[in-house]
Design a protein. Sequence first.
Lengths: 168, 168
Amino acid sequence: MSRLDSFIRRLKAQRACLDLAARLVQGLDGAVLELGLGNGRTYDHLRELLPDRRIYVCERQVSPHPDCLPPANLLLLGDMRDTLLNARELLADQVALAHLDPGTGDLAASHALAVDLAPLIVPLLRPGGVLVSEPAVAWNGLSPMALPAGVLPGRYHLYRRVSSQSST
Amino acid sequence: MSRLDSFIRRLKAQRACLDLAARLVQGLDGAVLELGLGNGRTYDHLRELLPDRRIYVCERQVSPHPDCLPPANLLLLGDMRDTLLNARELLADQVALAHLDPGTGDLAASHALAVDLAPLIVPLLRPGGVLVSEPAVAWNGLSPMALPAGVLPGRYHLYRRVSSQSST
């Protein structure tokens, strides 16, 4: 399997997980949190899936495709380790769907980031809220969910926040 | 259709065209020419499809995934407008399969590059050789070919060099 093959497989898994997560939160009010904007591809997809939600976007350096620039009032600019901590006042228990995908290709860095961010992301999720993530995330109050058909275990990750008190 | 959807569609079209091109040149000796390395995804795919061919790679700044670094003796370093002209002595009528995909997302720049490069690429192709390209390419001696099943016209492009004398 070439890197082109595995990249296509990864993007299809990402899309299938986002599509499923959007269906899973249909009955759950709340914001969306895109953890990393990059070129704005998945932000654009989230925008299409959930046109009526506020989509907050964390990013250090905003340089997406010009069509994919989030509104300034929904941008959380800076290192996510700082911005997510500061966002707690605004967003604690307010997020129905969060998506984390640093997508740097550096597995060790992605894993380290997930370890740092897990305790910052979980308190923002509403009970019942869903986290879609490419690095696996382990934290009290996050329960792994079944993946969409066709996505093999470990390729992408879905979690639900199962309780409010155990993670704050 | 989101940018994530269209990106996946584009990568699948690219892969389908490369796979078909590799089959089309099965009976045609000759080198492969990757016009732009980027992160090395399609280089890796070409390497898998055509393990016994010499794959020459044009690139200005080589920074692929570490697994996808071409051998130094097959790298044509610099602006393709220069390197392809200089490569004529080495590669004229020697290339069975060439792949052009600047992939910058800047359509005007891609089109301008294709206009500049077409007269430099065609003389390197063997008669019967195949050019796979994302910007459309028009030049004497290049004949458009049918695309693989599922790839809509205009999404990606396949050409065959139909004569040797009309393009040099």
